[in-house]
Design a protein around this ligand. Structure first.
Ligand code: 5MM
Length: 336
């Protein structure tokens, strides 16, 4: 077993999942302002530190994805954020892309940037304690989208990123996110997601990436958020499994889904059914941002000094997701 494979398995085994706390300052500002909290570096750290020091971390979270600002901050007890995360048994990770920018010659689409100078940045993040990384390619569904151009440029960038990350002793999370925005059917999501994931692996293989040392972070197969023909959770799980079975090589140790705008309960229920019906060898877990933090953020915003209530809310969410990652979640447990 390679070192990279060991790190990947440490993050996603035994029902553990990933806390995606890597919102860039722009996104975090939107999230905080939506609950009437001022977005300052202190407030951004304060909310995140409450999550990182919760019991839910020890029991459920195998890895935390940080943003550059957070990995360079010091916790209130004086220790580094990566030490705080490691002391709970989780692996610290870092988002290393620099964002999705307009794609030349297809300006309604995006290509993710951040390859220039990446090798040097990776060395710094490793020294700060990161052992895995994340890069997100983002694709919209429309009549002519995602285009071949967007699919191949993002796959190329994801592969070059992954090769550099492994060269520096860290596990790359490969995140191709096909957005749920639109009125498309689940069938269209299935076809587009399949095309995107297949192209990513074609490029990862071309760039000689060790597939046993990556984690794939895809979207689930869903109908568009504006579609009138929503499919059931059972169908989501069946279609998602079929897509991944067809497109992901067996060497990949695990898949950690993004929530992508699903509610906390939807994201939990869908993951639970994916695990109940799992007919693959892949570990299937979560790498949720909004679906882990939404309720906790609301509670915290009511009283930012109330650490206990915020942690209780987060602990419950993390526990439900971890049950779902083992196919053991139920609505009775959710409401207990
Ligand atoms: C946490 O949000 C990340 C996006 O950050 P920026 O857009 O600010 O760069 C995002 O990549 C996230 O890690 C994944 O999309 C998963 O988050 P959700 O909320 O979809 O589960």
């Amino acid at each position: 077993m390679s070192e990279l494979n060991k790190i990947a398995l440490k993050i996603i085994s035994n029902g553990k999942g990933i806390l995606a706390a890597d919102e860039s300052n722009g996104t975090m500002t939107k999230r905080l302002e939506a609950v009437n909290v001022k977005s300052t570096p202190e407030n951004r750290l304060s909310f995140r530190e409450i999550l990182f020091s919760s019991d839910g971390m020890k029991d459920c979270i195998g890895g935390v994805i940080l943003y550059d600002e957070t990995i360079n901050q010091i916790s209130s007890s004086g220790e580094s954020i990566t030490n705080l995360i490691s002391s709970s048994g989780a692996v610290p990770g870092i988002k290393v892309d620099t964002g999705a920018k307009d794609l030349a010659n297809s300006t309604k689409e995006k290509v993710t940037e951040g390859l220039d100078g990446l090798r040097d940045r990776l060395k710094k993040y490793y020294d700060l304690g990161a052992r895995f990384t994340k890069w997100r390619g983002v694709y919209s569904i429309g009549e002519n989208y995602p285009s071949k151009l967007a699919i191949s440029s993002n796959a190329h960038a994801l592969a070059r990123y992954s090769a550099l990350v492994q060269e520096n002793g860290m596990v790359p999370i490969v995140e191709p996110e096909v957005l749920m925005n639109g009125n498309h059917s689940a069938e269209v999501c299935f076809n587009k997601t399949s095309e995107v994931i297949k192209k990513c692996f074609e490029e990862l293989i071309l760039h000689k990436v060790d597939l046993s040392g990556i984690i794939l972070k895809p979207n689930m197969i869903l109908s568009g958020n504006l579609s009138e023909n929503k499919i059931s959770s059972e169908e989501v799980s069946i279609k998602t499994l079929e897509c991944l079975k067809n497109c992901v090589p067996n060497e990949v140790p695990g898949i950690a889904f993004l929530s992508g705008g699903q509610s906390e309960i939807e994201a939990t229920e869908n993951l639970n059914l994916i695990n109940k019906n799992n007919n693959t060898n892949f570990i299937m877990t979560y790498s949720y941002g909004r679906a882990l933090q939404q309720s906790a953020l609301k509670v915290w915003s009511n009283d930012i000094k109330n650490v206990e209530a915020t942690q209780t809310t987060f602990n419950h969410r993390a526990k439900m997701c971890t049950l779902a990652a083992q196919g053991k979640w139920s609505s009775e447990l959710e409401n207990k």
